[in-house]
Design a protein around this ligand. Structure first.
Ligand SMILES: Nc1ncnc2c1ncn2[C@@H]1O[C@H](COP(=O)(O)OP(=O)(O)O)[C@@H](O)[C@H]1O
Ligand SMILES: [Mg+2]
Length: 762
């Protein structure tokens, strides 16, 4: 093999032995080709490298552990040679001279020839030789005994050395378990499963799966299959991507990489498009033309579907964000973590149904660098030693990105990406996923209608922001809403389309070092909001200093209407403890909050999936002075029992202890039974939507657009009833409303679906 095909390349402080196998009869695989293994071992007897890459159209990357295993073998080759284990004296010397040629052949095989191409066979051969010679000792003529023992000693030396290697250790444990010697080269395939990557792509993907793995779920994201597995020995699940570009035929691969090479000239680094989605469509068309041209020149036949599939891949690696973009397109993911140092550990993700998962992707530093330079130009912010953090919203993927670099992250670039749902959660959707039952939904809806100031409490990822959005949808659209967020999570655009009147204020992120001067602090934003006059005030997340202003505003009633926000904590008491004791908010201000709604992630016993549940609705009473817990100032309206997965509304508390309900009774002139009926019917109506959605398999029914429309109609019928009868006749209202939902809303949605299915078939 020509030596120009073998190179040592230095990348990111690591040395890679790279062998170009494209014109060689021996393929690019250590496992499958004995000559390739021998070539690598031979190189390692003198060369120092950390990893090995064998390439043809794809690159096979052998990691450091695998390289180390081969280095050990190379080390033995050197050691045996230096010890000249085949020297006559070590084979038994003159006394055994008649056996020497044969013994020499065996030892040369074990210690050199086989050792390079097939170390397993070398070890087996060694064991067999020892066994044979030991058996002979008993029957052999006495004069040969001593010199045969000498030979056995040499064989034992070989054996001990072989057994000191990782590879033979693995082999031994295989033999112990299966009681047989692995046939052929299958064992190497399991030890030297390489990570595969197309040579122009940075990310490596491993397709290695342990045998006892259990497939839990499978679905498609764009053109890529996703599989979720349960590993027998790991707590977290495995999230495996199988993008088509990692398994293209050589011809298709050629077309794709050639196209990419040509078109990368079209958009120089730094050029960005405000609307990525439309530019993707535009460029895909250009790429399709290019692919067709190259295919024609090279006489490669392609169907239109193949052209389109290849063009999509090129889009992914030019305008898209490669494998990162693919991960961000999975609506079921909530977080993606690419930790520094990149290139070693697989990417971690948090799946909304399966919790934290390890992926089969190893992201590379080069890819990270190119993404960072795009982030820099898109956000207009610096990223260097003086500004080692960039965080901004990647609107197209509904993602909040946080990127850190040196010196804050001494191991280099790392990313934390948070993906948000593109449409707001709705209360019926929450009923549908059992976040809370319909009677609790009715209560929440009533509380919002009664303008309860509400804090949504929970740990990170427990669903606070989602809950906040669903509560926002219960606010009448005649009211003006002001949102204050540092991370733009609330889908304001969507809500405006539905008819909400929202004024959005964005504040400086609390974690950003490289903040842009034009962004204001949360406290200032809040002050501005308060000056904007009467409106519902939504604080995306109450973190620290702004809490003071917020509570003060609530106390003096400056905001007029409802105030809602999310805050990190375990329950109402822990919020009080933090806000009052740590942040110094006075108790009297804290009492401006009416309700704390707490949610939490729950892992049910024996269940694979992680679920989220509302676990408490706590009223903040007004008649306590020092400690709300001790003085009965925290009034539980709803509690949750995880062992039974059951919510309880404490009706007695609502009837007797609740100060909030006493106030409502007085203010609205409603007796408590009527309030209870109101709550029940609100719950029933939401449940009805959920039931219809499930019977007719029409998830759109629960989306914000439609559930808000249904809610409006409900209120309209109520209003009508009040006009006609002087008070609301609940069962009549409910009947009129269900009629409308079934005969109007549902029919509309079903016929729209039918039309779009027909359109697809044509
Ligand atoms: N009940 C639920 N069931 C399934 N997924 C949920 C539920 N509530 C929230 N989520 C999802 O969980 C993720 C985290 O929710 P989020 O509201 O951002 O949490 P937090 O604000 O508490 O950090 C989001 O992707 C959201 O869509
Ligand atoms: Mg949140």
């Amino acid at each position: 093999m020509a030596s120009d095909k073998v190179k040592v390349v230095n990348k990111g402080g690591k040395r890679y032995l790279t062998i170009d196998c494209s014109d060689s009869p021996h393929g690019p695989s250590i496992a499958d080709y004995p000559q390739r293994m021998a070539q690598v071992v031979e190189f390692l007897t003198t060369g120092e490298v950390d990893r090995i890459i064998l390439s043809d159209v794809y690159e096979r990357v052998y990691d450091e552990k695998q390289t180390l295993m081969l280095k050990e073998i190379a080390g033995l080759v050197n050691k045996f040679k230096a010890a000249a284990v085949w020297a006559p004296s070590l084979l038994g010397g003159e006394k055994c001279s008649r056996f020497l040629p044969k013994r020499r052949g065996i030892v040369v095989d074990i210690a050199s020839n086989l050792l390079r191409t097939d170390p397993i066979r070398s070890y087996i051969k060694c064991l067999e030789a020892i066994e044979l010679e030991k058996a002979k000792l008993g029957i052999i003529q006495p004069e040969y005994k001593h010199c045969t023992e000498k030979y056995i000693q040499t064989l034992e030396f070989l054996r001990a050395n072989l057994e000191s290697t990782e590879l033979i250790q693995e082999l031994k444990s295989y033999i112990r378990k299966l009681k047989t010697v692995p046939p052929g080269r299958g064992f190497y395939r399991s030890m030297f499963e390489a990570q595969l990557k197309p040579s122009f792509i940075g990310s490596r993907i491993s397709f290695d799966l342990p045998k006892e793995i259990e497939l839990l779920d499978q679905y498609k994201v764009k053109d890529t299959n996703i599989s979720i597995y349960k590993h027998p020995e790991k707590i977290e699940y495995l999230y495996y991507l199988d993008p088509p570009e990692y398994a293209l035929s050589p011809e298709h691969y050629f077309l794709m990489s050639k196209t990419k090479e040509i078109v990368s000239g079209y958009h120089p680094e730094g050029l960005e498009f405000t609307d990525l989605a439309t530019s993707k469509e535009y460029f895909k068309k250009i790429y399709e033309t290019t692919i067709n041209d190259i295919a024609r020149e090279n006489k490669i036949a392609l169907s239109p579907e193949e052209v389109s599939a290849l063009a999509s891949i090129v889009v992914r690696y030019t305008i898209g964000f490669g494998i990162m973009g693919l991960l961000l397109s999975d609506e079921k993911l909530t977080d993606v973590y690419l930790d520094a140092p990149l290139g070693y550990k697989p990417v971690y993700i948090v799946h909304s149904e399966y919790g934290p998962c390890q992926t089969n992707v190893i992201f590379s530093n080069e890819e990270a660098e190119s993404i960072v330079s795009r982030f820099r130009s898109m956000s207009g912010r610096p990223f260097d030693e003086a500004h080692p953090v960039i965080d901004f919203d990647l609107q197209e993927y509904h993602t909040r990105t946080a990127t850190i670099g040196k010196p804050l992250s001494p191991d280099g670039i790392g990313f934390a990406l948070r993906i948000h749902k593109s449409t707001p959660w709705t209360i019926p959707q929450f009923i549908d996923v059992n976040m809370f039952p319909s009677d609790v939904a009715g209560l929440l809806s009533f509380l919002l209608d009664a303008q309860a100031s509400t804090l949504v409490v929970g740990s990170r990822g427990s669903g606070k922001t989602s809950m906040l959005m669903s509560l926002m949808l219960e606010i009448l659209r005649s009211q003006r809403i002001i949102t204050i967020e540092d991370t733009l999570e609330i889908p304001v655009e969507q809500m405006r389309k539905i008819g909400y009147n929202i004024c959005r204020l964005k504040t400086r992120s609390s974690i950003s070092v490289g903040a842009v001067a034009s962004e204001v602090s949360p406290e200032d934003a809040l002050r501005t909001a308060l000056r904007l006059g009467e409106s519902v005030l939504i604080m995306g997340e109450v973190r620290s200093r702004e809490a003071l202003v917020l509570y003060e505003a609530m106390r003096v009633g400056a905001v007029g209407n409802v105030v809602m926000g999310t805050i990190h904590g375990e329950n109402a008491y822990s919020i009080w403890d933090r806000v009052v004791n740590d942040l110094g908010v006075p108790n009297t201000s804290f009492k401006a909050t009416d309700m704390c709604v707490t949610s939490a992630p729950i892992r049910f016993k024996g269940s694979i999936r992680r679920a989220r549940r509302l676990i408490e609705i706590t009223e903040i009473g007004k008649h306590w002075y020092e400690d709300p817990q001790k003085e009965g100032g925290l009034i539980d309206l709803v509690t949750y029992d995880a062992t039974k997965d059951k919510h309880t509304i404490h009706k007695n508390t609502l009837y007797e202890d609740s100060e909030f309900f006493k106030k409502i009774r007085k203010m609205r002139g409603m007796d408590i039974d009527t309030i209870w009926t109101d709550i029940t019917y609100r719950g029933k109506s939401k449940q009805h939507l959920v039931d219809l959605k499930n019977t007719h398999k029409i998830p759109e029914l629960l989306e914000a657009v439609n559930s808000v429309r249904a809610n409006d109609m409900y209120l309209l019928f109520q209003e009508q009833s009040r006009r006609e009868h002087g008070s609301v006749v609940y069962d009549k209202v409910y009947n009129e409303w269900t009629n409308w939902v079934e005969n109007q809303l549902l029919k509309e949605l079903l016929s729209r679906r039918k039309a779009s299915e027909e359109a697809k078939q044509q």
